[in-house]
Design a protein around this ligand. Structure first.
Ligand code: HEM
Length: 148
């Protein structure tokens, strides 16, 4: 069960983080250069179908994996939980930030998307992409000690 959950978590991570890196590094520069609002809509609509389920999978499997590591909600938010609790808190903080930026983009920026507001949309994409990479770094930190 643990292995299956971890597999689903990693598949979700490849879709979420990988999709955002493709968007930020290859699609966004072209969209900004050509002021091509339609191309961004086209990518977003296609990606949403796999990206949103992937994020949902991340949250469900992530909470499950966190519970296996530390089976107490109180410990998740206390200093006694140690480094594992800190990493769980980091993941939840990243999730909160991602939800804020994504909701702002979805409900405020995308409905009024125009060549003039494309750079603002670009900042939102870069923010969610940066957060998605930090999710991977935090996830890996459960196993890996970063050092020189
Ligand atoms: C888009 C969001 C997320 C991404 C991209 C992501 C990515 C990752 C990655 C790459 C790992 C490393 C797995 C390994 O070392 O084998 C990981 C581990 C982990 N993640 Fe996430 N994660 C996300 C969301 C979450 C959430 C919301 C939680 C809930 C607290 C969470 C909890 C965990 C836990 C507990 C582990 C350790 C699993 C283990 O080593 O057994 N993740 N994550």
């Amino acid at each position: 069960m643990n292995a299956t959950m971890l597999l689903l978590h990693l598949l979700g991570a490849t879709v979420w983080t990988g999709g955002h890196l493709v968007l930020a590094v290859t699609i966004l520069p072209r969209v900004l250069k050509g002021k091509d609002v339609a191309a961004l809509h086209w990518f977003e609509q296609g990606y949403e179908r796999i990206g949103m389920p992937a994020l949902l999978v991340q949250v469900v499997t992530g909470l499950w994996l966190a519970w296996q590591k530390l089976p107490s909600l109180a410990l998740w938010f206390s200093a006694e939980g140690g480094p594992v609790a800190q990493l769980i808190q980091a993941k939840l903080a990243l999730l909160g930030l991602t939800a804020l930026v994504a909701a702002h983009a979805r409900f405020r920026v995308i409905p009024r998307l125009s060549p003039a507001t494309l750079p603002l949309m670009g900042w939102h994409i870069l923010a969610v992409t940066g957060l998605s990479v930090l999710f991977v770094v935090a996830g890996l930190s459960f196993r890996v000690r970063w050092g020189l």
